[in-house]
Design a protein around this ligand. Sequence first.
Ligand SMILES: Nc1nc2c(c(=O)[nH]1)N[C@H]1C(S)=C(S)[C@@H](COP(=O)(O)OP(=O)(O)OC[C@H]3O[C@@H](n4cnc5c(=O)[nH]c(N)nc54)[C@H](O)[C@@H]3O)O[C@H]1N2
Ligand SMILES: Nc1nc2c(c(=O)[nH]1)N[C@H]1C(S)=C(S)[C@@H](COP(=O)(O)OP(=O)(O)OC[C@H]3O[C@@H](n4cnc5c(=O)[nH]c(N)nc54)[C@H](O)[C@@H]3O)O[C@H]1N2
Ligand code: SF4
Ligand SMILES: [Mo]
Length: 724
Amino acid sequence: MPSTLSRRDFLKISGAAVGALVIGEFLPPWVAQAARSNGLLDVSDSGYIPSMCEMCVWRCGLLAKIDAGRVVKLEGNPHHPHSNGKLCPRGQSGLMNTYDPDRVLTPLIRVGKRGQGLFRKASWEEALDLVAQNMLDIKQKYGPEAMLFSSTHNLSQVQFENLLNAYGSPNYGTQRSLCFNAMIVSNLTTYGMEEPDRKYDDLKFIILTGRNLMEAISTSETSALSQAIDRGVKVVSLDPRFTKTAAKSAEWLPIRPGTDLAFHLALINVIITEGLYNRTTVLNQTSGFDQLAAAVTQYTPEWAAPITEIPADTIRRIAREFAAAAPYALAHNGWRTSNFVNSFQTERAIAILNALAGNWGVAMFPTSGEETGVLGAPPQPAYPRVSAQRLDGVPWKYPFVPLKIGVFQELREAALSGMPYQAHGWFIARQNPAMSLPDRGRTLEAFAKMDFITTVDIIMNDTSWFSDVVLPESSYLERYDPLNIVGNKAFLRQPVIEPQGEARSALWIYKELGTRLGLGDFFQYSDEEDYLKQQLAPLGVSLDQVRQKGYVDLPGEGPDFTEPIWNTPSTKIELFSTTLDKGGFAAVPQWEEPLAPAPGQFYLLTGKVAQSTQFASQNNQLLNKYSDEPRLWMNVDTAKSLGLSDNDLVEVASTAGKIHIKLEATQAIRPDCVFLTPGYGHLSKGLTVAYGLGASDSDLHLTFTDPISGGQALSQTFVTVSKI
Ligand SMILES: Nc1nc2c(c(=O)[nH]1)N[C@H]1C(S)=C(S)[C@@H](COP(=O)(O)OP(=O)(O)OC[C@H]3O[C@@H](n4cnc5c(=O)[nH]c(N)nc54)[C@H](O)[C@@H]3O)O[C@H]1N2
Ligand SMILES: Nc1nc2c(c(=O)[nH]1)N[C@H]1C(S)=C(S)[C@@H](COP(=O)(O)OP(=O)(O)OC[C@H]3O[C@@H](n4cnc5c(=O)[nH]c(N)nc54)[C@H](O)[C@@H]3O)O[C@H]1N2
Ligand code: SF4
Ligand SMILES: [Mo]
């Protein structure tokens, strides 16, 4: 929070927010009716209606507090495992997402030049006809593969994928390669599962490697860590920056960027050479221990010290403390793990460290994520056979990434080069690649190659700004989405505010578009409620019942962790990965020296702050009120040596581009790094609050991809900084 914000200001802001609500609509009548008959609302139409947050992809359960028939506040749903009764600052500010005066509330058709920002309002009929016509033209002239589709994880994504599969394009981009690929692929090759769940209740020791849980929030996990710290759990934070998580940790180790692999190899070395590993787990559950032991003999703490810039004694002590606390010890395997091209092996080393601690069933559990197959789905015909190769798949270089998911940044590169064939259209939903892909200049060049671009969003984001047609989705508080399975429950998003303007749900938009493309058979639901009823049919539960509780229990006991089954070729936790070995990659983690900045250059670091989500929430008036305009963090001594002081305007340059921004001289960062919060420096003037604030690190990022996991390497861009 800005230190200048007093309690009086806070009350003033809350007053303004409540004032803004008066312009909003009441509960949709049919929702109010159901809530009354379910006993959720009393005679004065006050009470709580359960739904789900969408201010980020964690999707906490929420309770919308209704006062006299209108939503006045959002609170955490205690029955949802992602919220445990709490919402983070962004979730708390969700009403201003719906009541953003910059919401796009009718379909828009571009009239000026691309990027000029001139649009006219259009009816859904006209806008959808135009999108369908362009998609049909592209298909006829160049084949369906000439249409790119991209979207970041969302609940209607299943119907987005349905649309692109029915249309017949293989070219699909998601955020995965920009975010967590290194973690997912390392878990798959080690444990045979994408991401285990973590529990903090019994922990005594936690190592967080670049996982800034106090700012990059997942409500339940952030509060679990917070409670663990209150209980006295020792947390060691490895981050070149003194983050808010580091501030709450027992120890902050300002590791040299890109050298976490060396640190973890040295921990493994100490634990094995001193015999501190869990013998029962190693014997019964793992394979490849001997190969691992042989490979790590060279990686002593003395070897790692000059590489990581963490003293050998500290590394040895951390290894012993970690082992002493095991199995109640956790090496956190992170979320956005795409930092360097060696991040995959870093993640493998972390997964292996957990196996040596024998912490399965104590700290790590089978994922409570989506279980498929228990819910119904609308019937549909088989998809057309796709003969064309993916644009980023010739030849496919990432055997551990499912080809149908691909590597988004490479898809963009292929769109630019026109190799192996030219893409002509791009359909983007709930995603802002103009900001989230590295090297924004190249993304804009790729846009310029397209005959046609359309986006589905709620505001005029930077990607919509370059689109030909913008299709406005209703906000998450105004619509239904498909059910969301977490553990052994399926949670419901239901509208608690009457949709404003002409905004419509994604379920509606894809069905209408599908029909116009002659693909109506793939969208056999009459409306959103019918879709949900088809999902619920096998469970014998009515939609009304689910609306009341906000979720439905699913059959079965949920994941069983007493008898873990490792879905790897050896059916063991693979310390030596047979899959990596077959693929010609290092089967036990080996040190790989990452690129480092030349003299006069700095590592450019990026990372989330608590009051904003990615490239999406900076226009939210309430969140903006609580956010400082980001400046470039630079170590105060480095700044002094360059003749720079706090608030100086500086030019930051990489070989990809340059930006101008104010400096924040601070002790909270290593001398060889600078840091910038992502999500600022918007291009769209349709974001009247956010436009003009800060600058974008995406203008500077170079595009590097890890050859094993396909993850981008976001800390591997080096910049110079000079005074303007
Ligand atoms: N408030 C908020 N919360 C969010 C999100 C959001 O946008 N806003 N987004 C959600 C999403 S999609 C994700 S993926 C997660 C991401 O959550 P985290 O994985 O915690 O990710 P980041 O904040 O991107 O980066 C974490 C830290 O990595 C550090 N770092 C950079 N390079 C290195 C390195 O080489 N070594 C080490 N040890 N550290 C390094 C950075 O300084 C930064 O502090 O957050 C989720 N939660
Ligand atoms: N420089 C830099 N780059 C990064 C990262 C970083 O930390 N720094 N982080 C990386 C990570 S971890 C990730 S996950 C990706 C994220 O990359 P993206 O997914 O591209 O980013 P978001 O900001 O999440 O984009 C969400 C879009 O959805 C829109 N939106 C919000 N709510 C709704 C809705 O209800 N319906 C619809 N249709 N649209 C909605 C928002 O307005 C926004 O335009 O970025 C990656 N890129
Ligand atoms: S972590 Fe925050 S923004 Fe994300 S879903 Fe939960 S409350 Fe919403
Ligand atoms: Mo992410």
